[in-house]
Design a protein around this ligand. Structure first.
Ligand SMILES: Cc1cc2nc3c(=O)[nH]c(=O)nc-3n(C[C@H](O)[C@H](O)[C@H](O)COP(=O)(O)O)c2cc1C
Length: 395
């Protein structure tokens, strides 16, 4: 059944059919006009390959060194919050699929699965924190992540306030979900989701809660009155990063850097790596595309390990990002849609597809390892004037 999914983009329409409109909208959408969401895709289209030939590519390897560990392919799974409402056990499904494939999975601070459960199931997972500018909460969170046994901690820095995702309001999404007639109708018109995710979760796992925002358990996902305590997120600054650096013995990564100046500060603060990201177009609409931000950051902060996310859908996208200076990339929405469609097996199939595309393209590019990749193998071409590829509007 999974064999009919031939590319990562094939999972999106299939997941759209399964999911209630408000949940699909929460995942697929971006902020305001979706300029950055769309730009993430068109940025990849603005580069073309200049392949080399007759180089003997009979033995190829995707093995990549990331933070002192070897991973099987140069990509991982981006942190995504609250995904268990789209696929029952979604965090575990993605984490185990990643672990089996030898690539990293990053658990979100806004996940509905306790971090301790993830590390048991997939010991090489990373943890992504959302933190307020409050020392006591930072220390408590770092200590929990440390005692859970994670080796890599990513702090997301591009969410001082939530982005203006008006399409979420249009589609009926609110977090925590508010019981309402329209929410109930959205559920009953999507019976597979209603039975296999909503009912099965409530019957077998109980009411999901935000499990990882702090040292203790957060509020439930369905509530009229309770909401998450985000604390003073707008106060978060470089001093807090220094505090984390002092307290956290593992690898420290900042997610959501787009300016080379910030990459340079991150480097001097002792951070190990950064994720060049605009949060998949979900935060500041009009922010620069991750791919376009990458070359200047790679030039400015050469000691940092660089990851990139936003719009990666094909093996060719991965290779373009690597050619422009990334050591690896992260993929978000398509892998979640794959888990919605086929659970752990669906995510595993999607990982295999991406890895096969990378392998095939390596040969056609004339390379056998990623250290042969560089800016000479790609060329920026004038914009084709292509229309936005993703439009998330009121239907
Ligand atoms: C449903 C959803 C939830 C997300 N939740 C988080 C989160 O909790 N923390 C975070 O740092 N980024 C979050 N992101 C952003 C992703 O980590 C990543 O930056 C983005 O999805 C990459 O773009 P792509 O989906 O085009 O691959 C979320 C993205 C989606 C789609």
């Amino acid at each position: 059944m999974l064999s009919r999914y031939l590319a990562l983009d094939d999972f999106d329409p299939a997941a759209k059919r399964i999911l209630p409109r408000c949940i699909y909208g929460y995942i697929a959408g971006g902020s305001e006009t979706c300029t950055t969401l769309n730009g993430n895709r068109t940025a990849f289209d603005s580069y073309r390959f200049v392949p080399r030939v007759l180089t003997d590519t009979s033995v190829r390897s995707q093995q990549t060194e990331l933070f002192g560990r070897s991973i099987a392919a140069p990509f991982g799974i981006a942190p995504m919050g609250a995904i268990n409402i789209a696929a029952r056990g979604g965090d575990i499904a993605l984490a185990v699929a990643a672990e089996s494939a030898g690539i990293p999975f990053i658990l979100s601070a806004a996940a509905l699965t306790p971090m301790e459960k993830i590390i048991d199931a997939a010991p090489s997972s990373w943890f992504q924190a959302y933190l307020p500018g409050e020392n006591d909460r930072i220390i408590a969170q770092v200590d929990r992540v440390k005692s859970a046994g994670f080796g890599t901690l990513a702090l997301t820095v591009d969410l001082p306030v939530p982005g203006n995702r008006e399409n979420n309001i249009r589609s009926g999404w609110h977090m925590p979900l508010r019981p309402s007639l329209s929410l109930a109708l959205d559920g009953v018109t999507h019976p597979k989701w209603l039975l296999c995710t909503a009912f099965a979760t409530l019957a077998f796992d109980g009411m999901p809660h935000f499990e990882n925002m702090d040292a203790g358990r957060g509020p439930p996902i369905l509530s009229r009155t309770r909401s998450r305590d985000f604390g003073r997120r707008t106060a978060l600054n470089w001093d807090h990063v220094k505090l984390m650096r002092d307290r956290w013995p593992g690898k420290l990564v900042l997610k959501g850097i787009l300016a080379p100046e910030d990459a340079v500060i991150a480097q001097s603060t002792g951070v190990d790596g950064i994720i060049v990201s605009n949060h998949g177009g979900r935060q500041l609409d009009g922010a620069i595309e991750s791919l376009h931000a990458l070359p200047a950051i790679a030039a400015a902060a050469s000691r940092l390990t660089l990851l990139l996310d936003g719009g990666v859908r094909r093996g060719s996208d991965v290779l373009k990002a690597l050619a422009l200076g990334a050591h690896a990339v992260l993929v978000g929405r398509p892998l979640l849609f794959a888990a919605v469609v086929g659970g752990q097996a669906g995510a595993g199939h999607a990982i295999t597809l991406l890895s096969q595309e990378i392998d095939r393209n390596m040969s056609m590019l004339g390379i056998t390892t990623f250290d042969q990749l560089g800016p000479t193998l790609v060329r920026r071409v004038p914009s084709s004037g292509a229309q936005p590829v993703i439009s998330w509007k009121r239907e």
